[in-house]
Design a protein around this ligand. Structure first.
Ligand code: ATP
Ligand code: MG
Length: 321
C-alpha cells in the first residue's frame, strides 16, 4: 500500500503541466497585507488555537489537527508556508475564495482564513475524523456497492451544489473526498477549481491530477478545445468509484507505475474501464453513464442523482464506511 500511495503522489501528477499555468487571475490579497488581522476572514483567531498534531502533508502545505482553546472544539488547520512557491500560494487563495462562497453539507466547511505576519496562509476547516476515501481504501480495503452508492449520492449532491454555483472542482479523486465520524462524505481541496464567469467560459487548462482527467481535458486538441468542464467532474467521479471498488487505479493493472504517455494512451485512446463480473447491472450502468468518452453523452449530476444505483436504497446513508 505504501507503494501505491507513493505511485499516486509521485507519478500521477504532471507538475510541469498541471501546476504552472493558472489560466485566470487569482484573488491575491492586497500587497500591503502584513498582519493577520488585515486579511483575516476568521471568527477564530490564530491565538485561540493550539496544534495537536500533523494530519497530513499536501502539495506545498501541512494540515494539522487543532483545538480551539476556549471551546475545545476540534478543527483542521491547513497552512501554506510563507516561503512556498507562488503557485502554491495562488492555489490556497483560490481554495479560500471558493470555500468562502460555498455553504453545503456536502462541501468541507471553512471557519475562516488568515495570513500571518510571517506570510503563512492558514485555513481553519471542519475536522473530518475518518480522513480521505483514499486512506479508508488503504486501511479497510475495497468498498462494496451499498457503500459506493452512499459515497456516490453524497459526492453527487456536492457536485450538484457546486455546478449550480458555476464552480468546477477539477480534481475529484479519492484523496480529495473526506469522511467525518457520522459517515458524511464531503468534497475538499479546491486548489485547482474554477469559477465559471460566463456560461461558455472555456475550461481546458491542465490543472489537477492528470490520472483522473477526462479524455477531452487530457487531450483538448483531439476533443475540440472548448468543452464542458462540468462533465469532467463526472468522469473523475466515475473513475473514483471504480477505483474504490477495484482497489487500484482502474486504467492500469494493480501495481503498474504509470507515466504520462501510458496514461494518455489509456485514457484517450483506450476504451473506458468497466466493472468485472459480479457487479450489479445498476452499478455497471451508473459507471457507464459517468465514463462516457464523449463528454456530451455523460450524465449530469441531476440525472445521476435519479439513477437507480444511487436512489434505490436511501437507507444505505446509514452505512458504515
Ligand atoms: P494534494 O496537495 O496533492 O491535493 P492532499 O490532498 O493530500 O494533497 P491537502 O489537501 O493539503 O493535501 O491535505 C493533506 C491531508 O490532510 C489530506 O490527505 C487529509 O488526509 C488531511 N486533511 C485535509 N483536510 C482535512 C480535514 N478538513 N479534516 C481532516 N483531515 C484533513
Ligand atoms: Mg488534496
Amino acid at each position: 500500500m505504501a507503494l501505491v500511495r507513493e505511485r499516486r503522489q509521485v507519478n500521477l501528477r504532471l507538475p510541469e503541466l498541471s501546476d504552472r499555468r493558472p489560466r485566470f487571475p487569482l484573488p491575491l490579497p492586497p500587497a500591503s497585507t502584513s498582519t493577520s488581522t488585515s486579511t483575516s476572514t476568521s471568527a477564530i483567531s490564530c491565538n485561540d488555537i493550539e496544534k495537536i498534531h500533523v494530519i497530513g502533508h499536501g502539495n506545498g502545505g501541512t494540515v494539522y489537527k487543532v483545538r480551539h482553546k476556549r471551546s475545545s472544539q476540534i478543527y483542521a488547520l491547513k497552512v501554506v508556508h510563507g516561503d512556498s512557491d507562488p503557485l502554491v500560494r495562488r492555489q490556497i487563495y483560490r481554495e479560500i475564495e471558493i470555500l468562502r462562497r460555498t455553504d453545503s453539507p456536502y462541501i468541507v466547511q471553512c471557519h475562516g482564513s488568515y495570513e500571518k505576519p510571517s506570510g503563512d496562509i492558514v485555513i481553519v476547516m471542519e475536522y473530518m475524523e475518518l480522513g480521505t476515501l483514499d486512506s479508508l481504501l488503504q486501511k479497510y480495503g475495497t468498498f462494496d456497492e451499498p457503500k459506493l452508492s452512499h459515497v456516490a449520492r453524497q459526492v453527487l449532491s456536492g457536485l450538484s451544489y457546486l455546478h449550480g454555483q458555476k464552480i468546477i472542482h477539477r480534481d475529484i479523486k479519492p484523496s480529495n473526498l473526506l469522511v467525518n465520524k457520522d459517515m458524511k462524505v464531503k468534497i475538499a481541496d479546491f486548489g485547482v477549481s474554477k469559477i465559471m464567469q460566463r456560461t461558455l467560459d472555456a475550461c481546458n487548462s491542465y490543472v489537477g491530477t492528470c490520472a483522473y482527467m477526462s479524455p477531452e481535458r487530457f487531450d483538448p486538441d483531439t476533443y475540440g478545445g472548448n468543452y464542458d468542464g462540468y462533465a469532467g467532474d463526472i468522469w473523475s467521479l466515475g473513475l473514483t468509484l471504480l477505483e474504490l471498488y477495484l482497489g487500484h487505479f482502474p486504467f492500469l493493472p494493480p501495481g503498474q507505475r504509470p507515466d504520462w504517455a501510458t496514461l494518455m494512451c489509456a485514457i484517450c485512446f483506450g476504451d473506458p474501464p468497466s466493472l468485472p463480473d459480479g457487479a450489479s447491472e445498476e452499478f455497471r450502468d451508473f459507471i457507464q453513464c459517468c465514463l462516457q468518452k464523449e463528454s456530451s453523452k455523460r450524465w449530469t449530476t441531476s440525472q445521476l442523482l435519479s439513477h437507480p444505483f444511487v436512489c434505490k436504497d436511501p437507507s444505505s446513508d446509514l452505512v458504515n464506511l
